[in-house]
Each structure stands twice: as structure tokens, then as C-alpha cells.
Design a protein around this ligand. Structure first.
Ligand code: TXA
Ligand code: MG
Length: 318
């Protein structure tokens, strides 16, 4: 396994070769790092699921260099999908569409739809162009844990199980893409992200719903997901002081205010939702490694711009 400081064209070519040979390449996207495999190669995808420790019936997103290719993996592509692709791709948006015959069962979890995305990170784009086809890629972490936002997170968690990790610096968005299901009668957000429900509504000119129990199965929808190993809980701002006062256990705190001297591990977070998202997973990893009994997280404001962060925090707290 090799780890390059900055992928050269040689490294990118090698990534393409590894993918073609059925290997695994971890790569940066603008959201989080992905663990990529040739989406057409059953053995490669099997290896991907094994390394990820993901159940075989969970679908995986397929990544492409161009929107045109993504739409070739779908059938009955609605105008809304093309409109959103024109506006938001390359970018942090995944579309769930009815699948075409070329989208194999083993990447759709046996469902009749497929998740496609054209990422914006230049290293991802170069790798996808060098490979030429669809790259199946979940976030490059073990099933259920926090997504990686740096190459060293990937190395620490997956290390020798990956054939190559492409370096792309800390990711810009910091949380996973917005997932929009366009396979049904009306658009439904399955996972909130950097591209908000209102931005999607503005572009489509119709209301966009949020996930209900009837929506297609997806592992990001499990209650406890994106979670640190240390038990975490959300604490409203006005209760934070009281919680700290009565503490007996050794805790870590993620909060907006300045560090409190009664607490050993305190990370101060930005008050801007996008800056918070960018910092979140590295912060959770840091607090998780502090050896505390619990992580207390100050609840962010209940406003639309915090929807994606709140979603991830609620899951981290299970
Ligand atoms: O930002 C992202 O989306 C990152 C980067 C690497 O692209 N990928 C990512 O993949 O977060 P993953 O597998 O960790 O989360 C994707 C979620 C999963 O919950 C999966 O079950 C769901 O998308 N998903 C994938 N294909 C689907 C489909 N056909 N129908 C419903 N949900 C799907
Ligand atoms: Mg994931």
C-alpha cells in the first residue's frame, strides 16, 4: 500500500490500473474520502464490501467523471435529474434513479434503483477520467463509524486493506453528499447535506419531501451511524453547565463556547454551520481517541442551515 503526498499523473494512471485490475483505491471527494472499486467487477465490489464490513444488501453510490455516463446507468431519467445535474454537478449531490440493465445487482443491493454522483474534487475527477467507468464508492471507513475527511484517517482505519490512498488534503464540505431520491413520484431527500432542501426546491420549482419509513433502504438511514466508539450525547446549551457540574465520569466536550477548566478534553466548534460540518468528523475522531467515558455535544441551533449537521450529530448519538 502506498500513500502519495500529492498525486502525480503517474499515481493517477496507477489508480486507474488498480481499479481495472479489481483493486481498491481510496480517494478524496469534496465531501469525504471514498473507497473505490470498479462498479462492474463483482469480485472487486465483494472485496469492497468485505473491507468496509458492510452487509451485501446495502446499495453503494456509483461515481462518474461526467453526468452523461451517470445517466447511462439509469432508465426513465426525469427532467428534474438533468436540471439538478446541470446546476449541482460536479458536486456534493447523489441522485437515486431507476436503474438501467447495466447497473448490476451487486451495487444496488438488489433494488430497482441506483445511486449516482459526479464528484467535484479534482483528484476524484482525474481518477474517474483515468479509469473511464463507474466507481462504486462508500465512505472509506468501516461500516457504521465516522467518515474520513483526510487521507490519514483512511490510512489509520483501513491501512493495508487498500491498494492505494490518493492524497487530496482535508475535504472541503466535511459531511457526506445530499441524497435525493428521484425514482418515485415526488423527490425525497434521503440524507441531508451541503446542498439544502430549499436549494433543491428552488431549482426544481416544486416541494421536496424528507425521508419517510417507506423510502428505499439505505445504511445512512440506520439510527446509529456515523458514530464514534465513545458514547456521545447531545446537550442543549442551557443545560451544558449543569451537566458539567454534576459529572463524575471523564468526558470530552464539543461546544461553541470557550473551554471550561473542569473538562480535560474540550473542542471549540465554529458557529457557522458549513465551517462546523467541515470540522465535525475530525473533531469526533479526536475526542474519540481521548479515552473518555462519554462525549457531550452542545446542540446546534434548530435552523434549516444546521439540518445536515444535526442529522449527523443525532446519528452519532444513536
Ligand atoms: O459524499 C458521499 O456520498 C460519499 C462520497 C465518497 O461520495 N459516499 C458515501 O457513501 O457517503 P456511503 O455508502 O457511505 O453512503 C451512501 C448512502 C448509503 O446509506 C447507501 O445505502 C445509500 O447512500 N444508497 C446508495 N445507493 C442507494 C440506492 N440505490 N438507493 C437508496 N440508497 C442508496
Ligand atoms: Mg458512509
Amino acid at each position: 500500500m502506498r500513500h502519495s503526498p500529492q498525486p502525480t499523473s503517474v499515481e493517477i494512471t496507477r489508480a486507474g490500473q488498480i481499479l481495472r485490475a479489481g483493486g481498491l483505491v481510496a480517494f478524496p471527494t469534496e465531501t469525504v474520502y471514498g473507497l473505490g472499486a470498479d462498479a462492474w467487477n463483482p469480485a472487486a465490489v465483494k472485496k469492497l464490501y468485505r473491507v468496509k464490513r458492510r452487509p451485501a444488501d446495502h446499495p453503494v453510490i456509483v461515481h462518474f467523471a461526467e453526468a452523461k455516463q451517470a445517466f447511462e446507468w439509469a432508465r426513465d431519467v426525469p427532467d428534474s435529474a438533468r436540471r439538478l445535474a446541470d446546476r449541482f454537478w460536479p458536486g456534493p449531490l447523489t441522485l437515486i434513479l431507476k436503474r438501467a440493465a447495466r447497473a448490476p445487482d451487486f451495487i444496488t443491493g438488489g433494488q430497482d434503483n441506483v445511486g449516482v454522483r459526479v464528484p467535484a474534487h479534482p483528484v476524484a475527477r482525474q481518477m474517474l477520467a483515468a479509469f473511464g467507468g463507474g466507481v462504486a464508492a462508500p465512505s472509506a471507513n468501516r461500516f457504521g463509524s465516522v467518515s474520513p475527511t483526510t487521507a490519514s484517517h483512511v490510512l489509520a482505519e483501513l491501512g493495508a486493506d487498500v491498494d492505494l490512498v490518493l492524497e487530496g488534503g482535508p475535504t472541503e464540505v466535511g459531511i457526506e453528499s445530499t441524497i435525493l431520491d428521484l425514482s418515485g413520484d415526488a423527490p425525497v431527500v434521503l440524507r441531508p447535506g451541503h446542498i439544502s432542501k430549499s436549494e433543491l426546491e428552488r431549482e426544481l420549482g416544486i416541494p421536496v419531501a424528507e425521508k419517510s419509513a417507506a423510502s428505499p433502504r439505505h445504511s445512512g438511514g440506520l439510527e446509529r451511524h456515523y458514530a464514534p466508539h465513545t458514547p456521545a450525547r447531545l446537550v442543549p446549551t442551557h443545560e451544558l453547565d449543569r451537566e458539567i457540574e454534576k459529572l463524575k465520569e471523564k468526558v470530552a466536550v464539543l461546544a461553541f463556547s470557550r473551554p471550561d477548566e473542569r473538562v480535560d478534553f474540550w473542542l471549540r466548534m465554529p458557529r457557522d454551520a458549513q465551517a462546523y460540518a467541515k470540522r465535525l468528523y475530525a473533531a469526533l475522531r479526536e475526542l474519540d481517541s481521548a479515552g473518555c467515558e462519554a462525549i457531550l455535544i452542545e446542540t446546534p441551533p434548530d435552523r434549516p442551515e444546521w439540518a445536515a449537521v444535526l442529522d449527523r450529530l443525532r446519528r452519532a448519538c444513536g
